[in-house]
Design a protein around this ligand. Structure first.
Ligand code: SME
Length: 305
């Protein structure tokens, strides 16, 4: 079996280890200390924040099952690349975020992921990109910490873990199916069942309009013009749109008076937008950046196989 290794510093290593262990194709995730100035540091020493080590997770994966590009996408869903020496509530150089590589050939792939993240956020990121200089596995009690302590501290949101499972269920269900409509149908059903959103579905680009595609929920309007409503705007502006309160969105198309907030994600085939994934909630402010990133990853599954 092919094996590769990448090192992720993403704040407290308990949550980061737990997250990557759950990713299909990851063979092992080991918490430790990396790229500092002392040898064989203890947790206590690293905790003083004087060693230069970052809490880091060594991720061993099978590249035939999960690529480095995907691991990096997942890494950027669970870290904040804009906070210097801080992730969540944890502060200090030991909680800086970074990607440390052991194989020089990985560098261009990582640089590409950094560029994509910067262009998504529109500002420079502070996540480190460095060759791995050293890695020392953490003390035994840090390994599988959240399995041993299910109520233990985790700076990653529960929603992250729910989406990780949903994403993997969808990948499993779709297999190598090529039919886009069939995939839209199952994706709607799986999202709807797991997340219990009020309305989940697709509008497909047909000529100069969006036309209703597979969905779960109440009957909805059949056609939306380019630039119209949230869906048509997401298509026109080629970006994900999160609407905390639909009343505040000029031109929102109310298919149901019960809809309160909404997210719309473009679906790409290569460089072309071929559909949008539209999700409505009957509560205000349901969607945030975590939803946006995961739903973008899910939307990418529509046209690739
Ligand atoms: N709210 C959408 C219309 C579609 S329904 O939500 C299903 C919009 O303004 O684009």
């Amino acid at each position: 079996m092919n094996k590769k290794v990448i090192y992720f510093a993403g704040g407290c290593f308990w949550g980061v280890e737990h997250f990557f262990k759950g990713v299909d194709g990851v063979l092992e995730a080991v918490p430790g200390y990396a790229n500092g100035n002392t040898e064989n540091p203890s947790y206590k020493e690293v905790y003083t924040d004087t060693t230069g080590h970052a809490e880091t997770v060594k991720v061993t994966y099978n590249p035939d099952r999960v690529g480095l590009g995907m691991l990096l996408k997942l890494f950027f869903t669970v870290t904040d690349p804009l906070t210097l020496n801080r992730q969540g509530h944890d502060e200090g150089t030991r909680y800086r975020s970074g990607v440390f590589y052991a194989d020089d050939e990985d560098r261009p792939v990582i640089e590409q992921a950094f560029r994509e993240t910067e262009s998504r956020l529109g500002v420079p990121i502070v996540t480190e990109l460095e060759p791995l200089r050293c890695f020392y596995p953490a003390e035994e009690y840090h390994r599988d910490y959240l399995d041993k302590n299910p109520d233990g501290y985790c700076h990653l949101s529960l929603k992250t873990f729910i989406y990780l499972r949903l994403y993997q269920d969808i990948r499993l269900f779709l297999g190598d199916e090529a039919d886009v409509t069939a995939k839209m149908a199952d994706i709607s059903a799986l999202i709807s069942k797991k997340m219990k959103f009020f309305w989940t579905g697709f509008y497909r680009v047909v000529g100069s309009e969006l036309v209703l595609g597979p969905f779960q929920g109440d009957a909805a309007c059949l056609r939306i013009g380019y630039g119209k409503g949230v869906c048509g705007t997401a298509w026109k502006q080629a970006r994900t749109i999160v609407v905390p309160d639909v009343e505040e969105f000029p031109g929102h198309i109310a298919c149901s008076s019960l809809s309160r907030s909404e997210i719309v994600v473009p679906v790409y085939s290569g460089a072309d937008i071929v559909a949008v994934l539209d999700i409505d909630s009957d509560e205000y402010s349901t969607f945030d950046q975590t939803d946006a990133v995961w739903l973008e990853l899910i939307a990418q599954l529509v046209c690739v196989h």
